[in-house]
Design a protein around this ligand. Sequence first.
Ligand SMILES: C[S@@+](CC[C@H](N)C(=O)[O-])C[C@H]1O[C@@H](n2cnc3c(N)ncnc32)[C@H](O)[C@@H]1O
Length: 163
Amino acid sequence: MSRLDSAIRRLEAQRACLNRAAAMIKDVPGIVLELGLGNGRTYDHLKELLPDRRIVVFERKAMAHPDSMPPAENLIEGDFRDTIPGIAAKLGEQAALMHGDIGSGDKADTLALAEWLGPMLQPLAAPGCMIVSDQRLTLAGGDVFPLPGMVADGRYHMLRLQS
Ligand SMILES: C[S@@+](CC[C@H](N)C(=O)[O-])C[C@H]1O[C@@H](n2cnc3c(N)ncnc32)[C@H](O)[C@@H]1O
């Protein structure tokens, strides 16, 4: 598969999974967490899907497209390992949906980050929370949620926290 095809499939997978997750949280109260702002494409999509939800973004150094910069009060800058521990009390509300797009060029680093991240997200997740991610995350009580039909196994990951 060409890199172009692979990039297109990745973007389609993100969109399909986010669309599905947004539909699933209709009756789940809570905020949305975006882990990894990047260019802001998926953040922008989440804003469009869930215009009435607060979306809190975690990013090492925000350098998104200007149209996709979160307001300062919803942007938590710094390394996840510094910003996520202890953030639950400050947020004041659990999340109904979390999206993590955290992969970097370094596979070993990315896997180690994903392994660390899952349990750290546990206190931030509301019952029934949907967790959508580019890496496999593990949360206690998180059931693997079926991917939309067009998304190949392993390309993206979805979990639903038990209610
Ligand atoms: C692939 S990009 C996200 C792209 C985004 N979903 C979009 O649609 O534009 C991954 C982002 O995660 C951020 N990131 C990766 N590891 C991080 C860490 N340990 N702490 C904070 N941010 C991190 C990177 O800085 C990068 O901006």
